[in-house]
Write a protein that binds this ligand. Structure first.
Ligand code: HAM
Length: 423
């Protein structure tokens, strides 16, 4: 046996998706995208890397993402670039760069899917390369849009089969509400003895980050802290009340969570997270919110807000697998061609090409194997029908078509087999 020692391995935390799991991945991703499409969100594709500045200014310097998790590098032109850790900042960059705010016809409703990168400690459900499907509705501060976006996330997760689903909802008010509240929060934290170093460090960057701390004892400390949602403007309160009313009318159960601050600095007003019940620590299958100050953080001179979410494809597959709720992978082909004699392989080759042109998913055995081995492959392919090409049949200008489920078989003229298997 040759040694396998020198074969490179995948980068830690970067998963391979192989058959049949990749089919589950595609099912989740395409279902999320279908829900977005049905609601009028148009697909966009933006680069997988950006100037680092987009995330420094967009996601925010106080966040764990920017502090610890970005894959940043200097390219040969001495530019600092970063593999995208999330989608919203890049989408906003693209919208501003292409003049969307002044193009009219707002909101622009966009969807996206693809790879994202964070140098987190890998564990179940937490990877360094992962996939999201996201939607962003840009250029409107209408609370109906917030509610619509949340409902779509809920529907998307239900449609793929997540049954144990929780929506955690909060409002972070407007930016103008922040300084007064942070003063209260700081005063409260000042009064706590022995605040862990980790929390002091987080606090120095942004006192809101204290809510993300997992340090022992902090849960109780933060439960008793003043909550941002109690210190927001009347307009932000009204906005939230409309969102709550619409979600309730839609029958979406809400878990109000005043401690949900989310790990990105751009959020204002509506913030939310979707959790799957069976995932353990990494149970957020999606999250999102409104980001009315993001455009200005990126240097845009006028207010230009938006709201959106991103759903984690990998984590959703994990949740579905854990609940035994993944659909069976679709059959690879509909028809499998078995060849009884080597001289008939050319005809099998032609027949498969003909069937594929007619839109029939099909394949033929790819080497000279026994009939038994070919039938085994046919079974594994998931094909409904097998076409057997045999020498006797070939002389009579016919083939045998066998229904693998029922076992029934019949002879069909070679010239008519494609038609017989269509429809
Ligand atoms: P996020 O909450 O950071 O939000 O990520 C959204 C989802 O991506 C998470 O709920 C999770 O399912 C998945 N995810 C995040 N990190 C990982 C990881 N290391 N491994 C596996 N899955 C992960 C955002 O990214 C915002 N851009 C969402 C948004 C859109 N807000 C407004 N618009």
């Amino acid at each position: 046996m040759p040694s396998e020692r020198n074969v490179p391995t995948a980068v830690k935390g970067a998963p391979d998706w192989l058959p049949p799991d990749a089919a589950a991945f595609d099912f989740v991703e395409s279902t999320f995208l279908a829900v977005a499409r049905e609601a009028g969100f148009e697909r966009v594709r933006v680069p997988i890397f950006e100037h680092t500045e987009v995330f420094l200014r967009g996601v925010g310097g106080s966040t764990d993402i920017v502090q610890k998790e970005m894959y940043s590098f200097t390219d040969k032109g001495d530019r600092s670039l970063t593999l995208r850790p999330e989608g919203t900042a890049g989408i906003m960059r693209a919208a501003l760069e292409s003049g969307i705010p002044r193009a009219g016809a707002l909101p622009a409703k966009w969807s996206y899917a693809g790879e994202f990168f964070r140098q987190e400690r890998p564990q179940a459900g937490r990877q360094r390369q992962f996939n999201q499907v996201g939607i962003e509705a840009l250029g409107s501060d209408d609370p109906y849009l917030d509610a619509e976006v949340v409902v779509l996330g809920w529907e998307a997760l239900r449609r793929v089969g997540i049954s144990d689903l929780t929506l955690r909802l909060n409002t972070l008010g407007d930016r103008a509400d922040r300084p007064g509240y942070l003063e209260r929060l700081n005063a409260y934290l000042d009064g706590i003895d022995d605040l862990p170093d980790e929390v002091q460090q987080r606090r120095a960057l942004n006192p809101l980050r204290a809510f993300d701390s997992k340090a022992p004892g902090m849960d109780a400390v933060m439960a008793a802290a003043p909550m941002l949602s109690d210190h927001i403007s009347a307009q932000a309160k009204d906005h939230h009340a409309v969102v709550v009313r619409l979600l309730e009318a839609e029958g979406v159960p809400i878990t109000h969570d005043p401690r949900l601050v989310r790990g990105l600095d751009y959020y204002t007003r509506t913030t939310f997270e979707f959790q799957a019940g069976n995932l353990g620590a990494q149970n957020a299958v999606g999250g999102g919110g409104r980001y009315d100050g993001l455009a200005q953080d990126l240097g845009w001179p006028e207010p230009f807000g938006g709201i959106g979410w991103a759903l984690g494809v990998d984590r959703t597959v994990l949740a579905l697998r854990g609940a035994n709720a993944l659909p069976a992978p679709p059959p690879r082909v509909a028809v499998y061609v078995v060849v009884a004699a080597p001289e008939l392989r050319d005809d099998a080759f032609a027949l498969v090409a003909q069937m594929r042109r007619a839109g029939i998913a099909s394949e033929a055995s790819s080497d000279n194997r026994s009939m038994k081995a070919q039938f085994k492959s046919a079974d594994r392919s998931g094909a409904q029908h097998v076409v057997v090409l045999g020498p006797n049949e070939a002389e009579r200008g016919v083939v045998t078509v066998k229904n693998l489920a029922s076992g029934a078989q019949r002879e069909v003229a070679r010239d008519e087999v494609v038609e017989a298997l269509s429809g």
